[in-house]
Design a protein around this ligand. Structure first.
Ligand code: MG
Length: 276
C-alpha cells in the first residue's frame, strides 16, 4: 500500500530543508536538486531496503547518484532518514564539512564519489554483477541526468549491463530536458532515448518523474523482464515545486536572493498546508 500523501509531504519537506541549506550556504544546484527530489523520495521512502543504523550492511540496496552535482536533495534525504544528524545540514559547503558540493563516501549512506559525469553507471554495473556472483538479492539504482547521456562511458556501461543480464540494475534518467547551458536538444540531442536504450538491450519504462507514487510503483515492479536491466525514463521538470524556478535553465546552479528565498519557502509551506 503506497501512502501517497505521506510521500508528497515528505518530498515537499525535503525541498524546504535543502532550499534553506542552499540559501544559508550561498551555493548549490537549486534547479537540479528540485528536479530529482521526487525520485529520491520514492527510492528512500517507498522502495529501497537500507539501514541508516548500519549503512554498510551487505544486503542493502545500493543507490548511486551519477549526476553528483544535484547533491543538496540527496543530503537532505540522507539526514532525514537518519544517516547523519539533521543539524549537520547547516555545515553544507563550509570549511571542514563532509557535506561538500558533491557526493562523497565519507558520508554514511553514500556508495560512491560522483560528480564527474558518466561514471556512476559503470560502477553500478560492477555492484550489480557482484550481487549476481555472490547470489545476493539486493538491487542497484543509478540516477543519471539527461545531459549526462552525452558521456560516451554511459554507453559502455549500457552494453556491459545487457551483456551480463543484470536485471538487478535499475537506471534512472532525470529527464528534465535541460542541462547547464541550455536545452538538451540544443546542446547535444540525445533523442530518441527510449529507442537508444532498447537497442542496447534494456527494458525501458517511462514515468512521470515528479509523481512520487507512480515512481514507487515503477521501481517496485522492476525488473519488467528477467535477464534485462531496466531503464526508467523519469520525465521531470527542472526546478520543480517553486513557480519561478520551474523549467528555467538559469536555475541549474543559482542561489535564491533573500526575497526569492522567502517567496520559495512561502510557496512550499502553502503546498504542505494542503497535503493533510
Ligand atoms: Mg537535465
Amino acid at each position: 500500500m503506497i501512502d501517497e500523501l505521506f510521500l508528497k509531504r515528505k518530498a515537499t519537506q525535503i525541498r524546504k530543508d535543502f532550499i534553506q541549506m542552499i540559501f544559508e550556504a550561498g551555493t548549490g544546484h537549486t534547479g537540479s536538486s528540485l528536479s530529482n527530489t521526487d525520485i529520491l523520495t520514492a527510492l528512500y521512502y517507498g522502495v529501497m531496503n537500507v539501514n541508516p543504523q548500519n549503512p554498510d550492511w551487505e544486503d542493502r540496496d545500493r543507490y548511486v547518484q551519477s549526476k553528483g552535482h544535484a547533491v543538496e536533495s540527496y543530503w537532505a534525504v540522507l539526514a532525514d532518514k537518519g544517516f547523519f544528524p539533521k543539524e549537520e545540514l547547516k555545515t553544507f559547503s563550509r570549511y571542514n564539512s563532509r557535506l561538500i558540493g558533491h557526493p562523497n563516501n565519507k558520508v554514511p549512506g553514500v556508495e560512491m564519489n560522483t560528480g564527474a559525469l558518466g561514471h556512476g553507471l559503470s560502477v553500478s554495473v560492477g555492484m550489480a554483477l557482484a550481487a549476481k556472483l555472490d547470489q545476493k538479492s539486493y538491487r542497484v539504482f543509478t540516477l543519471m541526468g539527461d545531459g549526462e547521456q552525452a558521456e560516451g562511458s554511459v554507453w559502455e556501461a549500457a552494453m556491459a549491463a545487457s551483456q551480463y543480464k543484470l536485471d538487478n540494475l535499475v537506471g534512472i534518467i532525470d529527464r528534465n530536458r535541460l542541462q547547464i547551458t541550455g536545452s538538451t536538444n540544443d546542446v547535444m540531442n540525445n533523442e530518441p532515448l527510449d529507442e537508444k536504450w532498447e537497442s542496447f538491450g534494456w527494458e525501458v519504462i517511462e514515468v512521470d518523474g515528479n509523481d512520487v507514487a507512480a515512481l514507487v510503483r515503477t521501481f517496485q515492479q522492476a525488473p519488467f523482464k528477467s535477464d534485462k536491466p531496466t531503464m526508467v525514463l523519469a520525465n521531470t521538470v527542472k526546478g520543480k515545486g517553486i513557480s519561478f524556478t520551474e523549467n528555467q535553465v538559469g536555475w541549474h546552479h543559482r542561489v535564491p536572493s533573500e526575497k526569492e528565498y522567502r517567496m520559495a519557502m512561502e510557496e512550499l509551506t502553502k503546498q504542505l498546508e494542503v497535503l493533510i
